[in-house]
Design a protein around this ligand. Structure first.
Ligand SMILES: Nc1ncnc2c1ncn2[C@@H]1O[C@H](COP(=O)(O)OP(=O)(O)OP(=O)(O)O)[C@@H](O)[C@H]1O
Length: 561
């Protein structure tokens, strides 16, 4: 329940909408009960009045007033139901949108240090399916429970005026149906409901893996094996879902049984009261119809409670991510960023985990502002890890990284990232236009600045050739542009950001030698007054730098000055 309470706090800004939805639901439920109750009374009273008239007695029955009341109640119920659906769903969508953007905010300090350890399919599940599952908290649980609680009080008071015994029995049965039954079905269904969340998340992880690796699976003719695996997974999910559905059916049947039992007792008690002259015939019908209608208040609760485990599990999964400690701590009083950008590493050692051993071992290095270095070395030797420490994605285990003589841990990490322009082999292009991808680096860039960046990155001819120019859609992750074009778009972004320190991590990996030469030429012009730290496997870019180091087994050795 703690997890749900945590999320209820996030519901607060929408309390107006939420309360409005509950009030409308209550109005609708009461109108529906009153409609059936009054109709029962009206039909009986009309029949009796008719019989009296047939006997030749004078008819003194007012048909008009109850008929008008019934019409008013029917209209209230219809409009109320419409309004309730609109308001409760609007409230839910607002709450979910709020939680989604709150969750996104929680991810920012976790990038990339913590999130790199999570699988993207799992994170996607938490961001989408798990947050969606929270809709049940208000729609299926809070709102119906509030309506049931108030409704039961209204109905019991109303019935007590006519038949106190019926009111008592009815109240007791309604409490059993709204508290005890949901509690039992919550206990019975919790395991299955939680299992559904886990299975669905794992299913999504597998599906994402399959879709991302589809080309390789087809090339290796391994598609059949993996799709068979998905089939088995689906069967497993269907089985768990089937058990849940069976339990739902039992809970509905049980509540229906309770309602029929209550009706039977109410019928007997009303008949006895009629016999003893305590209730008129129409009033006895009124009491019985009221009992029938009142059970509508509690019908949805057992099923909602049975699936509460799903909502709880989803809430726990979202909370787990939001409570992960960031890889780097925020200083209490961050220093203002320096105006010089001399970098220094003093005896820096680092490991990703205790089990894994050291990736960087006692590295010391000075890069004055405007200095240009390259780091070469075998794959897995720790080159990228070193770059990540310089940008403070992680803190060193020992030693420190300094900028202008200050430990970078004393700066606000968000602010500090503005000092770095990054170009790597994996520069992400978003499913948007070229222009939107460029504006990411400088949202207020003018047309002249955009054109200058395009020209400097050697994209001019490519853009001129496109019918839609800068407004061309690059597709999901930039699939509609070639690797070289994508790298140039990333390069243009680097120009627009115009940061004083350039971090180049294999910037030309995967490009042909002509494109590589062009990219390095463009970089050489742009980087003349900037600090450059480049990681490369290839010799072509070494002309850009003054000093070359070799990284091997976590240690850095100067090989060329
Ligand atoms: N997020 C991570 N969590 C755990 N281990 C990691 C992580 N990132 C890298 N490593 C490990 O740290 C070591 C150094 O990796 P790093 O990426 O820094 O090497 P690299 O020299 O840049 O390699 P490459 O040239 O192939 O890009 C490797 O053994 C790698 O498996």
């Amino acid at each position: 329940m703690k997890d749900l309470q945590f999320f209820l706090r996030l519901f607060k800004p929408y309390s107006g909408w939420l309360a409005g939805g509950i009030l409308l639901a209550l109005l609708t439920a009461l109108a529906a009960i009153a409609l059936l109750t009054l109709s029962g009374w009206f039909i009986s009273a009309s029949a009796i009045a008719g019989l009296i008239a047939i006997d030749g007695n004078t008819l003194a029955f007012n048909f008009m007033l109850p008929a008008a009341q019934i019409r008013a109640l029917a209209i209230t119920r219809t409009l109320g139901r419409y309004g309730e659906r609109v308001v409760t769903h609007e409230a839910t969508f607002r709450v979910l949108a709020g939680i989604r953007s709150w969750f996104f905010q929680q991810l920012i300090p976790l990038v990339p240090g913590r999130l790199s350890a999570m699988r993207s399919g799992d994170l996607l599940s938490r961001m989408t399916a798990d947050i969606d599952a929270l809709d049940a908290l208000y729609l299926r649980l809070l709102a119906p429970a509030a309506v049931a609680a108030v409704g039961i009080i209204f109905v019991s008071i109303f019935l007590a005026f006519y038949a106190p015994a019926v009111s008592l029995v009815n109240a007791l049965m309604l409490v059993i149906a709204s508290v005890w039954t949901p509690w039992i079905f919550n206990r019975l269904g919790r395991g299955g409901a939680e299992e559904i969340v886990i299975l669905a998340a794992n299913f999504r992880i597998r599906q994402l893996d399959l879709i991302q690796g589809l080309a390789d699976l087809i090339a290796n003719r391994a598609y059949g094996r993996f799709s068979g695996f998905l089939g088995q997974f689906s069967d497993l999910m269907i089985n768990v879902q089937r058990q849940n559905n069976r339990l739902s059916a039992v809970s509905s049947a049980f509540t229906l049984l309770l309602s029929q039992l209550t009706l039977l007792i109410a019928l007997v008690l009303a008949a006895l009261a009629f016999n003893e002259g305590q209730l008129s015939g129409p009033d006895a019908a009124l009491v019985v119809f009221c009992v029938i209608a009142a059970f509508e208040l509690v019908m949805p609760l057992p099923q909602a409670m049975q699936m509460l485990g799903k909502t709880q599990k989803a809430a726990r999964r979202i909370r787990q991510v939001s409570e992960m400690p960031p890889a780097v701590a925020k200083p209490d009083r961050p220093l203002t960023l320096p105006t010089r950008y001399d970098l220094q590493l003093d005896g820096v050692s680092f490991s990703y985990s205790e089990q894994q051993g050291r990736v960087l071992d006692n590295i010391s290095l000075a890069i004055p502002q405007g200095g240009k270095i390259a780091i070469v070395g075998p794959s897995g030797s720790g080159k990228t890890s070193l770059l990540q420490l310089i940008m403070r994605y992680y803190d060193p285990e020992q030693g420190s990284v300094l900028m202008a003589g200050q430990n970078i841990a004393q700066f606000d990490a968000d602010e500090m990232i503005s000092c770095f322009g990054v170009l790597s082999q994996r520069s992400q292009l978003f499913a948007a236009t070229i222009k939107e991808n460029l504006l990411l680096a400088k949202p207020d860039a003018t047309a002249a600045e955009l054109n200058a960046a395009v020209k400097a990155a050697g994209l001019e001819n490519f853009i001129a050739y496109l019918p839609e120019g800068l407004e061309t859609w690059v597709g999901e992750s930039g699939v509609k542009v070639s690797g070289g074009e994508a790298r140039r778009i990333a390069l243009a972004r680097l120009y627009l950001k115009n940061a004083p320190i350039l971090i180049l991590d294999e910037p030309t990996e995967g490009l042909d030698s002509d494109t590589e030469r062009d990219v390095f030429k463009a970089l050489a012009d742009f980087a003349s007054d900037k600090t450059v730290i480049m990681v490369t496997h290839r010799g072509a870019g070494l002309g850009l730098v003054d000093v070359v180091y070799r990284m091997g087994q976590g240690c850095l050795v100067l090989i060329n000055n």
